[in-house]
Design a protein around this ligand. Structure first.
Ligand SMILES: Nc1ncnc2c1ncn2[C@@H]1O[C@H](COP(=O)(O)OP(=O)(O)OP(=O)(O)O)[C@@H](O)[C@H]1O
Length: 371
């Protein structure tokens, strides 16, 4: 998928270039007003930009240089907004059928049965949208978009109107959708925990431009992230593999870098890929391997960088064997421990401070063809 766009509006300039392999989930992440929705609308064909070159899976949707422009209704983009925008007078099934009818007959690969099972809609089919919770409405909107057989799913903050409990309810469905179908997804968000759970590629945007883009692990270390998520939420995302899982305690041992972290994971399966986030404020550094502590998570590493965070504290980047842990350390502690680049160091973190999510990389699609 290649997306390049330049667009000027009321003094705001959007100037973006993204080139990522498909399928996958690309998160457009940035603070309010940075241009995420503008870019999504350009991709959908709802805004005509000054310049654009948009190609999804080898199909050119727009190329302003040659004057080629596929009209919005023929782009085959499944656009899901913050509010579900369901037809109020139709049942859930009727809304799903509407999506189905929009699909070109030759492209009907994603079936109604598959979508209903994937999004857990079995018991809701006869209901009207007003009889659904916000999370259920979003699941139906996702189903309707999928049944239009999109070449791209464009999800613009689909969880933003939901409370925390409802968001948690919908997120596993989004994960299932990402892992089960080979439809490329663009996911607009300003919640980093959603990005960490869903994205295979993150585009960090600021003021209409790309600050950085790449894997979540890499983007989590970028200094400009702090301005968006806040100093308290700065932390590194580490990719790992589950080596052991205890269903009784809910704790899983996750191999990360050259060590192991114990992480609370609801659904843990040995061998599965996971991402864990360790907040910089929760990390303790020790210059010698400590003994007699209750903390069970300890990684050995070397200090790679020390970056000023604010007038009183620094962010210490510790390489723990190919992965990086961030630690927020006061200037006073930095000096009293004589921390410096290259130094051997032990990283300690409480299991409850680690957020973990099972993560499956996209794989070839299941057999979802109608018989
Ligand atoms: N219809 C419009 N007319 C003029 N300017 C607009 C319009 N919509 C958005 N803008 C401006 O364009 C810029 C980008 O807005 P956009 O909605 O794309 O940002 P965003 O990152 O999606 O923000 P949010 O997370 O709040 O939805 C902002 O400066 C905004 O004020």
């Amino acid at each position: 998928m290649k997306i390049a766009a330049t667009h000027r509006r009321n003094g705001f300039l959007l100037d973006i270039a993204i080139d990522v392999p498909t399928p996958g989930t690309v998160a457009l992440f940035g603070r309010s007003g940075c241009g995420k929705t503008t870019l999504a609308n350009i991709i959908a064909g709802l805004i005509q930009p000054e310049q654009a070159a948009i190609e999804v899976d080898g199909v050119v949707l727009e190329d302003t240089r040659s004057g080629h422009r596929v009209p919005t209704e023929r782009r085959r983009i499944g656009y899901v907004f913050q509010d579900a925008r369901l037809f109020p007078h139709r049942s859930v099934l009727g809304n799903l059928r509407y999506g189905e009818h929009r699909a070109p007959p030759t492209e009907r690969k994603i079936t109604l049965d598959h979508v209903v099972a994937l999004l857990g809609l079995e018991r809701l089919l006869d209901r009207r949208p007003r009889e659904l919770s916000g999370g259920e409405r979003q699941r139906v909107a996702l189903g309707r978009a999928l049944l239009s057989q999109p070449r791209l799913l464009l999800l613009d903050e689909p969880l933003a109107s939901l409370d925390v409990a409802r968001r948690e309810e919908v997120l596993p469905y989004l994960e299932a959708l990402r892992d089960d179908l080979a439809v490329p997804i663009i996911y607009v968000s300003h919640q980093f925990d959603e990005v960490m759970r869903l994205a295979t590629h993150v585009v960090l945007m600021d003021n209409g431009r790309v600050v950085t883009q790449g894997a979540v692990e890499q983007v989590s270390l970028h200094p400009q992230l702090r301005a968006i998520v806040g100093a308290e939420s700065v932390g590194s995302v580490l990719g790992g593999t589950i080596v052991a899982a205890d269903p009784h305690t809910g704790l899983a041992a996750v191999a990360v870098g050259n060590g192991t972290l114990n992480v609370t994971l609801r659904t843990a399966r040995p061998g599965a890929a996971v991402r864990v986030q360790v907040l910089a404020r929760d990390v303790i550094l020790a210059t010698h391997p400590p003994e007699g502590l209750s903390v069970r998570n300890m990684l050995e590493g070397r200090i790679a960088y020390i970056v000023e965070d604010d007038p009183d504290a620094d962010l210490v980047h510790v390489d723990v064997g190919g992965a990086t842990v961030l630690a927020r350390v006061t200037r006073a502690a930095l000096q009293s421990l004589s921390l410096r680049v290259g130094m051997q160091i032990w990283v300690l973190v409480k299991a409850v401070s680690i957020r973990g999510h099972a993560f499956l990389a996209p794989r070839p699609p299941l057999q979802i063809f109608s018989s």
